[in-house]
Structures are given as structure tokens and as C-alpha cells.
Design a binder for this molecule. Structure first.
Ligand SMILES: [Zn+2]
Length: 128
């Protein structure tokens, strides 16, 4: 057993706490009560609450929705850039391949139909 919140924020938690390290045997209910009152645990709980609240704002929800909607496009653009780089193909194939994506119902924003965008996608792909 371990404290999920403390493990989520290792920069704030007490790394020496048995509930951060994990308890496998001889677990006592009092240990939970004690842990709940430790300042570092409470700091982690506050941090989690702040993050959860940040996710609830209308702007945050809109960004999340936009990310979800655009995910297939970004995935396709990264895969396309990776393919061209891996196969040592000419960059001139990039616009053709984007047209192919459109034919396969992946909508590609005009913002990514240029050599600068291609270079950025390749640069990111090659980092991984
Ligand atoms: Zn904790």
C-alpha cells in the first residue's frame, strides 16, 4: 500500500515515509491517520486539488477538447514526417503525402503545409 497523492508529487513528498515507499506487511490504520496529518502529505493534497481545479476551468476544458480533436492530425503528421526521414525520401513528397492523408479523412491544417512545419515535425520525431 502506498499514498498515491504523495507519489504523484515527489518534489513535495517525504521520500522517507513508509507510505511513500510502500508498505507490504504489518500495515496499521494509525499509520494512515498519522500520514494524513503530515505537512508534506497535506502539501501534496493541496497541489493535487489545485491541479484538479485548473483542469475544470472553461479555458482548460477548451484546450483539452482541441487537443483531443487534433490528435489524429498530429499523429498522422508525425508519422508522415517520420516516414519521409526514415526512408530518406525527398521533402518534396511531404505535400503529396498530406494530400493522401486528406483523402483518408485526416484533415490537415494549412498551418502545417510548409517546409518549416515539416522540419519541426522531423526534429521532434528524431528526438525520440
Ligand atoms: Zn501522502
Amino acid at each position: 500500500m502506498f499514498c498515491k497523492v504523495c507519489r504523484q508529487f515527489p518534489e513535495h513528498s517525504d521520500k522517507e515515509s513508509s507510505l511513500v515507499k510502500g508498505v507490504t506487511k504489518n500495515f496499521k490504520k494509525e499509520a494512515l491517520k498519522f500520514h494524513a496529518k503530515i505537512v508534506k502529505h497535506m502539501l501534496c493534497v493541496d497541489r493535487k486539488k489545485a491541479l484538479d481545479m485548473a483542469d475544470q476551468t472553461p479555458l482548460s476544458k477548451s484546450f483539452k477538447k482541441a487537443e483531443e480533436l487534433n490528435f489524429p492530425m498530429y499523429e498522422a503528421l508525425f508519422n508522415t514526417a517520420y516516414y519521409i526521414a526514415k526512408e530518406n525520401e525527398s521533402f518534396l513528397k511531404y505535400p503529396e503525402l498530406l494530400n493522401l492523408l486528406e483523402k483518408n479523412y485526416v484533415s490537415v491544417s494549412e498551418n502545417y503545409r510548409n517546409d518549416k512545419a515539416y522540419k519541426e515535425f522531423v526534429f521532434v520525431v528524431l528526438k525520440f
